[in-house]
Design a protein around this ligand. Sequence first.
Ligand SMILES: NC(=O)c1ccc[n+]([C@@H]2O[C@H](COP(=O)([O-])OP(=O)(O)OC[C@H]3O[C@@H](n4cnc5c(N)ncnc54)[C@H](O)[C@@H]3O)[C@@H](O)[C@H]2O)c1
Ligand SMILES: [Zn+2]
Length: 713
Amino acid sequence: MAEWRTRRWTPLSVVGGRMRRMTTPAAVIVDAAAYAQAVEDAVRAAAAYYGGGTSALDDDAYDRLVRGIADWEAEHPDAILPGSPTGKVAGGAVEGDVPHTVPMLSLDNVFSAEEFTAWTASLARRIGHDAARFSVGPKLDGLAVAARYSDGRLTRLITRGDGTAGEDVSHAIGTVEGLPEKLEEPVTVEVRGEVLMTTAQFEHANEVRTAHGGQPFANPRNAAAGTLRARDRVYTVPMTFFGYGLLPLPGTDPALAGRLDDLPHSELMALAGDLGVHTSARTAVPDVVAGTVEEVLARVKEIAAARAELPFGIDGIVIKADLAEEQRAAGSGSRAPRWAIAYKLPAVEKITRLLEVEWNVGRTGIIAPRGVLEPVVIDGSTITYATLHNPADITRRDLRLGDHVMVHRAGDVIPRIEAPVAHLRTGEEQPIVFPAQCPRCGSDIDTGEERWRCAQGRNCHLVASLAYAAGRDQLDIEGLGATRVVQLVDAGLVADLADLFALRREQLLALERMGETSTDNLLAALAKAKEQPLSRVLCALGVRGTGRSMSRRIARYFATMDGIRAADADAMQRVDGIGAEKAPSIVAELAELAPLIDRLAAAGVNMTEPGATPPPAADAAPAGDAPADGGPLAGMTVVVTGAMTGSLEKLSRNEMNELVERAGGRSSSSVSRKTSLVVAGEGAGSKRAKAEQLGVRLATPDEFAALVAGFLG
Ligand SMILES: NC(=O)c1ccc[n+]([C@@H]2O[C@H](COP(=O)([O-])OP(=O)(O)OC[C@H]3O[C@@H](n4cnc5c(N)ncnc54)[C@H](O)[C@@H]3O)[C@@H](O)[C@H]2O)c1
Ligand SMILES: [Zn+2]
């Protein structure tokens, strides 16, 4: 098939200068052999489509092929093959043996407001005046049937077939909701309408079908077609009927027959409803009567907007001249009536390939599979992912890697994979491997429910982030693998990274499988971890956008954790590789982590990068100036905030920091547990409050001046 597609006819990807149409352009057919092949393929696709098999083509591809056939035929009118699908109901691919009283036709299409307006003008020409009013309703995406009632009893169900005769599918009577076996009145009439599967019915049908060893249906339309025609199945699955036509039969009482012939479409539908037939009236998109083109177009918009949320598929809007006499005046062609038109909406389904399945763990520990697709454009958006809900869903759909799949996407709803196009399998497809361990934290998976869940539940993230922090490239804590982390979290000993460094010997010894040796080894590994360079500590925090090398770059640039924390988004952007987009999120995440970082520092975790010198920035410690040994501030970290007064009044913030360093201290711009002293001048705000909250020593400018008296000026 792929070979034929590339060799024989090539889809045009771009049609220069044309208005954007909702469908893809025609296939280009180069010669008579390609034409014959295209006809054969289109007829085969249509036979599958109407017959309940799975077409190898999605609707766009089929329509493109048929347009290509029509284009070629227009140029070669003498070479048209009799089997050509053009101009025929159902592409000429199906036939039947039960004649229709009145032909069951297809519909012509429009794709835009302009095309619709042009159609109303041609309709007006045919009937001699503007149509009085239109009936506007959803174009249900199923298949047409005629239901014959005799004295109120449903006696026969017939498919559309080739339009003049259909197939008897009366065996399906009783499985179609909305198509009563007995009408409210004992009338003899034919009800016409669409049989489809709602989304829920489709899911159910595939579940039952695969449970019986069958291949899942590709989509609800295909499922309805296949189910309606199937005989002697050991199981039945429900479908739904929507009536859109009501007409007399040879046995109809003449008075009623006359009425049915003369009633406007809208009133026929009301009558059908009264008889107990399901119509669009009881849906979110009922048929309405519209007086003007503007009103029709407004309704088209409304129905299009509601489409994604409907519990059944629609592929457009059907607009009909409402009055019977206007319908008669307009008449019908061999394929479609001239008094009705389908305003097509963009296709919401395309066939593409399933390349991979990813397993993502959500906030609550739910492990959800997601399909990675060969990119496919649906209604103007490129789709590369589709939801697969849960593992049972994959099993139910019998999906395999490499499968061609029908992908559905409507509106803003997350795209979903409907089913594989199983007969396009090459044998190269691979089974989808389900994870045995939580893909995030490595814990066991609770598979008791349809939705799989990490046994750690909400703690999954904690386990994963601790295991990551303990990893070889981060703090490299030997003996602290995922299993041990799970144990510590389960025992309630650890709720964040800093808790690891507060673990006591007896707590560890009380754990299962923790002997003296492993306990001592783990404590030693934890002690060693505190000595890791800042870059690894930063990396262990797991801030988004700071992997190993970025963490090294940040640590080398700022040299200290205080320097990193003091950096605003502008300062952060000075680090090579951090742009305007990343910087604010890193700064914000670090601010969120402040309490954790403070506790790590308090636990003695190293917060400097060996060999690095801080950048010469106003707010950071001055570069190069190593703090002098001794002095009144030896070993102290000092933060200066607010306006200085007294003898310090003239000193800039930078000069204050220099003073701190001269007096043997380390200057910092952020307050943490590690801060030894905060010099709070006038107007000091949040830093002072934080110092108070953390119990850090405070000094006024005068008190500080006295402390460092020997180092002033
Ligand atoms: N994928 C494939 O291989 C393949 C093959 C053949 C056809 N198709 C698709 O089928 C479509 C053409 O099929 P078609 O000839 O059945 O015509 P159609 O679906 O374009 O329109 C006619 C049909 O619309 C239905 N309909 C739904 N709601 C209606 C309403 N409210 N009032 C009246 N009719 C309503 C009726 O069944 C009617 O027969 C194309 O879009 C094509 O892409 C696809
Ligand atoms: Zn987990």
